[in-house]
Design a protein around this ligand. Structure first.
Ligand code: F6R
Length: 619
């Protein structure tokens, strides 16, 4: 959470920083700010609210300079305000910093520094960093940052400048991401690649505890002991277009529409001759997969739902016991994990603090850890024993869509791979991979149909909006699913609540009568995932039970199934017919669209929902 950027070169630094911050805004948008270094002075401008407020301020009062740092904030310590916005400086205004992470011992440090005459202005934990660096400064910013870092507890990616050191930025990271962008006579540091992509595709991933010293035409990386480290740069294959809306109204909608292509590319690259799955980057040996006795999948939010779906697949076909846990619970419950356990961590960003901590916990206990990750070179990918990348491209909207279905895609492939490696290939239907390869085409067709009838889904959302207002905001959503689509009920509810702020819960439909059915009257809209499959008939009975109590039914059904249309269901959304096992990807897409349209109807900022950030790097 929070995005930081630093630039030194010949360009107008405010323009570079503002553009870079726009691409980091998914990490937080409570406030934003810049600190620009020029003529032995640092000028800071920072504003509460989204980046556009800061951009307007800079337009009105331009700041000249070629070296500076910027920040976009997701508030942890201290409310969103101009004062709490970054960058922060020390009371002498010699040093300015931008910080992503949490300084756990900031109170003690503040007290100590206060006793030595430091005056603090904000309520943040981060301000202490600027004071600490200033107090350690003896003519070399790098050494001062290194000394300050030794006294910090918690997580941080920091960009620091000093007024007496023109053209120089020091970056350092511990448990928060930081990359280095290499240009011609210009260099960058940033929390994520899209921030620098307009200027360079040549990046260096900094490891934990590494520090970088950048100047216009030069950079040096140091390890935690102060020794120089040789780094190899990586050429980023994707294009800046992938981080732009390209005509779509929102990133979320664009990313929903990208799903068929992401999955098509994934299956084309990883499935050989319809019979074999290849994971080129996987460095865990087959022997390990042969010997494992159980699997634990650990993740947060949407990624956790992908893990829950994965459990159905792995248990059904590979016949290995699988448990699934949220990272924040797994890491604190002293889990039973040993060398025969495979822990799979799933994360889009690869930086989620709880998942990273869970991964470390699992490794300490001797388990092999496999990461399923979207962001190349992210901490979770680097620290795991092996990684499978989802290659969904940058996901900018805070609400995860294409990363989710890509995680599901990998779960199918990994299940097949596991059955084969363990000599149980016959457990999978013979045409498993062939059928799976059809899913992107079906998804594409479904999205085309949706485009043609866009008003239908919009109409459902508009009706809900009216209904909600007419009932004094008492209406809410329930999502019910069974079997392999039960996790989609959780995901549908999560998608809706995070962008439309409407109360929504997901349940296994069979659990309704054990409590939640008490909620049913004429107020809730109940989204029932009723595609053809083993539990279809049971789902129909649940729908009757809800209908009998006045609930409004939105049914997601298989194409050509007219059982509910115009009868028990008030609204029907069709998905292409497929085997039940392959339905989750297809069911997920209309759930995403429904959430999108409801949020649009309410007029909310879909790509930047309140209180959230894309990359949750605090615990
Ligand atoms: C929901 C959403 C979050 C993330 C969760 C984990 O739309 O985006 O629930 O899924 O914060 O993030 P990653 O996958 O980056 O570990």
């Amino acid at each position: 959470m929070c995005g930081i950027i630093g630039y030194t070169g010949a360009k107008d630094v405010s323009e570079v920083l503002l553009k870079g911050l726009a691409r980091l805004e998914y990490r937080g948008y409570d406030s934003a700010g810049l600190a620009v270094l020029k003529d032995e002075a640092i000028r800071i401008v920072k504003k509460q609210g989204k980046l556009e407020v800061l951009a307007e301020e800079v337009k009105q009062r331009p700041i000249e300079g070629n070296t500076g740092i910027g920040h976009t904030r997701w508030a942890t310590h201290g409310e969103p305000s101009d004062l709490n916005a970054h960058p922060h400086n020390d009371h002498t205004e010699d040093v300015a910093i931008a910080h992503n992470g949490i300084i756990e011992n900031y109170k003690q440090l503040k007290e100590q520094l206060g006793e030595n005459g430091h005056i603090f202005k904000s309520e943040t934990d981060s301000e202490v960093i600027a004071h600490l660096i200033a107090s350690e400064y003896q003519g070399d910013l790098r050494l001062a940052v290194a000394e300050a870092a030794k006294r910090l507890k918690g997580s941080f990616a920091i960009a620091a400048i000093h007024k007496k050191e023109p053209d120089r930025i020091i970056g350092i990271r511990k448990d928060s991401p930081l990359i280095l962008g290499l240009g011609e006579e210009e260099n960058f540091i940033a929390s994520d690649i899209p921030a620098v992509l307009e200027h360079t595709k040549e990046v260096v991933y900094l490891e934990n505890n590494e520090m970088v010293d950048i100047k216009k035409g030069k950079y040096t990386v140091y390890d935690e002991f102060g020794s120089q480290v040789e780094k190899i740069s990586t050429k980023i294959e994707w294009d800046i277009k992938q981080a732009e809306k390209t005509g779509f109204k929102h990133f979320m909608l664009k990313e929903i529409f990208e799903q068929p292509e992401v999955l098509k590319q994934m299956f084309q690259k990883r499935i050989k001759n319809d019979t074999e799955v290849v994971f080129d980057e996987l460095i865990i040996s087959e022997d390990v997969f042969k010997k494992i006795e159980n699997v634990i999948i650990v993740a947060c939010g949407t990624a956790y739902h992908a893990g829950l779906t994965g459990r159905y697949m792995i248990e059904k076909y590979a016949r290995i016991p699988v448990s699934v846990d949220t990272s924040s619970e797994f890491r604190y419950r002293d889990p039973l994990v040993d060398k025969n356990t495979l822990v799979i961590v799933i994360s889009q960003s690869g930086e989620t603090a709880d998942t990273l901590a869970a991964l470390r916990e699992a490794k300490t206990k001797g388990a092999k850890v496999l990461a399923i990750c979207n962001v190349l070179g992210a901490s979770i990918a680097r620290e795991s024993d092996g990684v499978i990348y989802t290659h969904a491209g940058p996901e900018i909207a805070v609400a995860s869509t294409k990363a989710y279905t890509a995680q599901l895609g990998i779960m199918y492939l990994f299940t097949h791979y596991l059955t084969k490696v363990r000599g149980k290939a016959d457990n999978c239907p013979p045409d498993f991979l062939k059928e799976l390869s059809q899913v992107p085409k079906l998804a594409k067709r479904m999205l085309k149909q949706y485009r043609r009838n866009e008003n239908k889904m919009k109409g459902y959302a508009a009706n809900f909006h009216k209904y909600y207002l007419a009932r004094n905001n008492k209406s809410c959503f329930l999502y019910l699913g069974r079997n392999i689509n039960y996790p989609n009920a959780l995901e549908g509810a999560l998608k809706l609540k995070e962008i439309s702020y409407i109360s929504a819960e997901g349940y296994p439909a069979g659990e309704m009568k054990h409590g939640p059915i008490a909620l049913i009257d004429e107020n809730p809209w109940v989204v029932c995932l009723a595609v053809k499959g083993d539990t279809y008939e049971k789902m129909l009975s649940n729908i009757q039970e809800i209908r009998a109590r006045g609930g409004i039914i939105v049914a997601i059904v298989s194409e050509r199934d007219s059982t509910l249309k115009g009868k028990e269901a008030n609204y029907v959304i069709e998905i292409p017919e497929t085997e039940e096992i392959f339905s989750p990807i297809l069911v997920a897409i209309p759930l995403q669209l429904l959430a999108y349209h409801v949020a649009a109807e309410f007029g909310y900022d879909i790509d930047k929902p309140r209180n959230l950030a894309k990359s949750v790097t605090v615990e």
